[in-house]
Ligand binder design. Sequence first.
Ligand code: ZN
Length: 322
Amino acid sequence: MPSFDRRGFLKAAGTGLVTLAAGPALARAPLAGTQVPGLYRMKVGTIEVTAILDGHLDLPQALFPKATDGETGPLLDRAALPRAPHVNSPVNTYLINTGDRLVMIDTGTATAMGPTLGLMPKNLAASGVTPDQVDVVLVTHMHPDHVNGLITPDGKPFFPNAEVVVAGAEYGFWTDQAIMSQAPKDVQAFFQMAQAAVKPYADSNRLRRISADGEVVPGITAVAAPGHTPGHTGYRIASGNQQLLVWGDIVHAAAFQFAKPDWSIAFDSDQNTAAASRKRMFDMTATDRITVAGMHLPFPGIGNVVRDGDAYRFVPVSWRPI
Ligand SMILES: [Zn+2]
């Protein structure tokens, strides 16, 4: 075989010795019609992080109470997105291999939220990890798109050997029967789903309540970010001089909220506190150049926050070898 390197290729191309696409060879195959596995991997120092896609939601623009039609159109144009009434919002989860622990951050929706979601188990398998290998699940908050993947459809633990870690304020809120009984009927369903998701872990003494901030697993620290929910928590992964802040639901629509940090989503239980946490996270990660990962940022949901005038812009990570 002749050696074939870049220099040889360029030389041959220059002398016309390379003929491309010769002949009528047509590769006919049925269209796949489905996506490839939703996985992306990166390193944070010596720690390996795998983004695992659970699927996507279509969020109506009306969920952003402060947004006006005059503002959303230009923001969608700027993001090269259609001026549609819905914005696409993925649901991401993250698998962290610290070297001696396998840690999931959030778990996706399982079957709770329809056919465009619930892909985490399939994508976790595609990453080469089985649920019984997972040691710890860190919960950012107890909404169904984050904790429903903790259980199988028949209510058994999806991660049979894992300890679940959640902020005490978050656990206390969703398991409080008095708060639940005062909530509107459709919101009560959220309480019931949250309680069912953590129950088998709590029943077998595998649920740890934490008070942010502090180290939860060697190399991973909880960072309180309340507002979206009472105990909403981010997790900072640090190794060597590198950091990744998995910030949960600080942003639901990247096209809107980096430019308009004030725009809380209707799901934010305290709109003003959520906006304050969002601004604090944007300022900190832009100033300190900390890479972020978000459950509803465009998959893999990893990138950097940069300042843009009085507001911010999201720069998604570019593919690179590990
Ligand atoms: Zn969410």
